[in-house]
Design a protein. Structure first.
Length: 152
């Protein structure tokens, strides 16, 4: 049986992936905080940025499946189909009002993590994906809460 993809990545490269991953999660946290702290009428830019960034990153994650399928000589055509679904759902989210858009993106990130867990990937990468997905989903749901809960 073959080893999981990324199993032989050295410590320096894994550290770089963790740093870049956390840096990529930072806009989610900052934008969700802005939504929480801004007055009701001042949400537009932070909301557009959070929704757009979420859609871009979700599309990026779908590309993992495409790339792995390309490396597999006997890839299942369904892997290519699965790889484009996140982009399509992200695009739909961009067309929706704020609360459904952020909610759909949060659900899609959880779904993407579930799909990634079915892949044979290195444990360190799955740990990173779990951590980043937790940060992203909590940020997106914080955005929903900021738009729905009364100001303090």
């Amino acid at each position: 049986m073959s080893e999981p993809a990324g199993a032989h990545v050295d410590a320096r490269t894994r550290r770089t992936a963790f740093i870049l991953g956390l840096a990529g999660a930072l806009p989610f946290v900052v934008l969700a905080a802005l939504l929480w702290w801004q007055a009701d009428g001042e949400h537009a830019l932070a909301l557009t940025a959070l929704t757009g960034y979420g859609a871009i990153i979700l599309s990026f994650l779908g590309g993992i499946h495409w790339g792995l399928a390309l490396r597999n000589a006997d890839a299942d055509p369904r892997d290519f189909i699965i790889s484009v679904i996140p982009s399509l759902l992200a695009w739909v989210a961009l067309l929706l009002p704020a609360i459904p858009a952020l909610t759909i993106l949060a659900a899609c990130f959880l779904g993407q993590l579930a799909l990634d867990w079915r892949l044979r990937l290195a444990a360190w990468f799955l740990l990173l994906r779990g951590l980043l997905t937790t940060i992203v989903v909590l940020s997106l749901l914080t955005g929903v809460a900021a738009l729905t809960l009364p100001a303090v």
